[in-house]
Design a protein around this ligand. Structure first.
Ligand code: DON
Length: 565
């Protein structure tokens, strides 16, 4: 307690001495990561230090999505640092998984060319080469200010001494055990390792603690070339997995130019390919702005339609155009040319906006059955007292990934291979389709929707936002930005408000969460939409700042904890 108080005092003093924006805030997906991130910041660590500590803690306390065996993206904004060679202040770190060398386009098809059910989701062939450890390592190498080893200690403690299992974690564990049942003939060991997750009980992970200690001592080299690499490859290869030691040794996290565009007097900084997020959110926000005059005119003209129904239809019209572009053009930029600038250009979007219909539903070009399962990824948003911000989303893809635990190392493997287009036109677990731009190739990154985003106003951080939710990530981030900046909601109101989602396919289906008023639903049904409650629509972690203070909010839909000071 005394140590904590001292830390708080020191933290406060430090931020005053630096004399920049003194507000700091965190919005984290669970209380353990919140405690670690806050402690690091109060001890004078910066946003990246806090992100590294939290990233490893979540690998212990949020095993649905926090991970060592997965991957993700980090969007960062830093104050100008004098000795930094490039004058730019916004960065993006891509630590997405890659396909193993042995992967090929038709990996998941049988001899008749049909998709083998669940092969890309459950078992030993579902995993891409993990990127998380390299990502956190590289972020720390470039921007960290506290010792790596010290930052990993929070996670090591939770793994060694245990943490109290939250009710939602037990629920998710039960759901997942039932979900993987019978989906793979591989020997899955999820239940052996995580079957004992019980609400209110302490859960210890001794093997994971050892792995974290090795990574603390040797850095990313342990995971990619050392003992952990050997454990991982040995187990995967025994069971028909594709990954090799060479795949791990060849893995690189990549610094990329983030997607940047202006919107209503701000600069939005978001995820470039291999995420579809930044492009899609850019298209949505720009289309939203372009069509405002017409939306207002429709409001006047069509007064009997409930406001929320009109808005939902408007969003659906924008979203179906955006998801059509996503399916066609987006993929790993190291393999395909993604026309980012064109997709975000005013001329192109003006042309796209012209097709938007106000009193009828635009035809979807083709119909595919979508299936949205319980998804799980996790996001956190951090602003430190110096005005640096980190927006980080990472994942195993589905909750708990592929159902495979690396035995001696105690961590779960991802099932991110399902984010590739396994066959043109066939929907993945999130119901989204793709074509050649996102087909499987060795070392290629699978297309993502993860969209860690930061908005700047007058060069200062105004918003840090992101969420899990598979294909709904894009529309959730879009709606939260609009809720706060165009509709004037407080951060918490913006997260609690119902969100709607349309992704082109299934045709004319709008998903919502939480419930919409009956009048809104009937009006939409009358227009020809089918409505589907989506039991899960993200877990947004949001920080909003002005020049003097920050506010933070965590989605009601999750178990997040936020704080600003
Ligand atoms: O990268 C993607 O878009 C997905 N693998 C993210 C999965 C996800 O968000 C699941 N979560 N809720």
């Amino acid at each position: 307690m005394f140590k904590r108080l001292l830390g708080m005092l020191l933290g406060a003093l430090l931020s005053i001495q630096i004399g920049s924006v003194q507000a700091a805030a965190i919005a984290m997906p669970d209380r353990f990561s919140a405690a670690a991130a806050k402690a690091v910041l109060l001890e004078g660590g910066n946003a990246v230090d806090a992100a590294v500590a939290a990233g490893f803690v979540l690998a212990v306390t949020y095993p649905e999505a926090g991970n060592l065996g997965g991957g993700g993206f980090m969007t960062l904004v830093t104050r100008p640092v004098e000795n930094l060679q490039s004058g730019r202040q916004a960065y993006f770190l891509d630590y997405r998984e890659t396909a193993p060398q042995a992967a090929f386009r038709d990996l998941y098809l049988d001899q008749q060319g049909e998709v083998i059910p669940y092969r890309s989701l459950v078992g030993y062939q579902a995993s891409g080469v993990p990127g998380t450890v390299m990502g956190l390592w590289q972020a720390h190498q470039r921007f960290g200010s506290k010792p790596w080893k010290k930052l990993l200690q929070y996670a090591i403690d939770y793994a060694e001494q245990g943490f109290e299992v939250p009710p939602a974690l037990e629920e998710n564990r039960r759901w997942y055990q039932q979900w993987i049942e019978g989906k793979s003939s591989d020997a899955l060991n999820f239940s052996e390792h995580f079957g004992a997750l019980q609400s209110g009980r302490m859960f210890k992970q001794p093997q994971l603690a050892k792995t974290l200690k090795r990574i603390a001592a040797r850095g990313a080299a342990d995971f990619y070339q050392g003992e952990t690499a050997r454990m991982l490859v040995q187990q995967l290869q025994t069971h028909g997995g594709l990954m090799t030691l060479d795949d791990l040794a060849a893995y690189q996290a990549k610094w990329r130019e983030p997607v940047r565009f202006g919107w209503q007097g701000r600069e939005v900084v978001s995820a470039p390919p291999p995420s579809s997020g930044g492009v899609a959110i850019g298209q949505l926000l720009k289309l939203y702005a372009l069509l405002q005059p017409e939306l207002q005119a429709q409001r006047q003209h069509n007064r009997e339609l409930p406001e929320q129904a009109l808005k939902t239809h408007f969003y659906a019209e924008l979203e179906k155009r955006v998801y059509a572009d996503r399916a066609e053009f987006l993929g790993d930029p190291d393999f395909v040319d993604v026309p980012v600038e064109r997709l975000l250009s005013d001329a192109y979007l003006q042309q796209r906006a012209q097709g938007v219909l106000w009193d009828a539903i635009s035809e979807s070009e083709s119909i595919r059955p979508g299936k949205i399962e319980l998804p799980e990824t996790t996001h956190f948003s951090i602003v430190d007292a110096h005005g640096n911000a980190v927006s980080n989303t990472y994942t195993l893809n589905m909750p708990f990934g592929s159902g495979v635990v690396i035995e001696q190392a105690g961590f779960l493997m991802n099932n991110e291979m399902d984010d590739f287009s396994t066959k043109p036109g066939v929907a993945n677990v999130f119901g989204v389709v793709g074509g050649t731009a996102n087909e499987i190739a060795p070392h290629k990154r699978m297309l993502s929707s993860m969209s860690p985003t930061i908005l700047l106003k007058d060069g200062e951080v105004e918003m840090v936002v992101g969420t899990p939710g598979g294909s709904t990530i894009i529309t959730s981030v879009f709606q939260v930005i609009v809720n706060v900046l165009a509709e004037g909601m407080t951060p918490q109101q913006a997260l609690d408000a119902p969100r709607v989602h349309h992704q082109l396919l299934p045709k004319d289906q709008i998903a919502y969460n939480p419930d919409l008023p009956e009048a809104v639903k009937s009006a939409l049904e009358l227009m020809g939409y089918t409505l589907k409650r989506n039991n899960y629509m993200g877990d947004v972690q949001l920080v909003v700042c002005d020049k003097t203070h920050c506010e933070a909010a965590s989605d009601v839909r999750g178990r997040g904890v936020s704080a600003a000071w």
